[in-house]
Write a protein of this length. Structure first.
Length: 115
């Protein structure tokens, strides 16, 4: 099982980034996919979740209207489009795959929002 995040980097406040998470080693279309983030000195928090079919999504309140989660089951990839980024969005962003008792994590990608 492998989850590989990409797309992080340094962006100015108000800017945008698109994160990707490429999955392999399991039946991607059967799994709920989520993005989490962890800022220095803080606990890991849920950013957004998307159901297996992609028809249902959920977001943390502070991300609603700014972030969009999507998935392409044909490409085994989940995305996180992040707009209107703020310095407080600075964190390591992790991809998670969950189904029943199974839960897999990626290694994370750093997002830094700074002028």
């Amino acid at each position: 099982v492998q989850l590989v995040e990409s797309g992080g980097g340094l962006v100015q406040p108000g800017g945008s980034l698109r994160l990707s998470c490429a999955a392999s080693g399991f039946t991607f279309s059967n799994y709920v996919m989520s993005w989490y983030r962890q800022a220095p000195g803080k606990e890991r928090e849920l950013v957004a979740t998307i159901r297996s079919t992609g028809r249902s999504t959920a977001y943390a309140d502070s991300m609603k209207g700014r972030f969009t989660i999507s998935r392409d089951n044909a490409k085994n990839t989940v995305y996180l489009q992040m707009n209107s980024l703020k310095p407080e969005d600075t964190a390591v962003y992790y991809c998670n795959a969950g189904s029943g008792s199974y839960s897999y994590w990626g290694q994370g990608t750093q997002v830094t929002v700074s002028s």
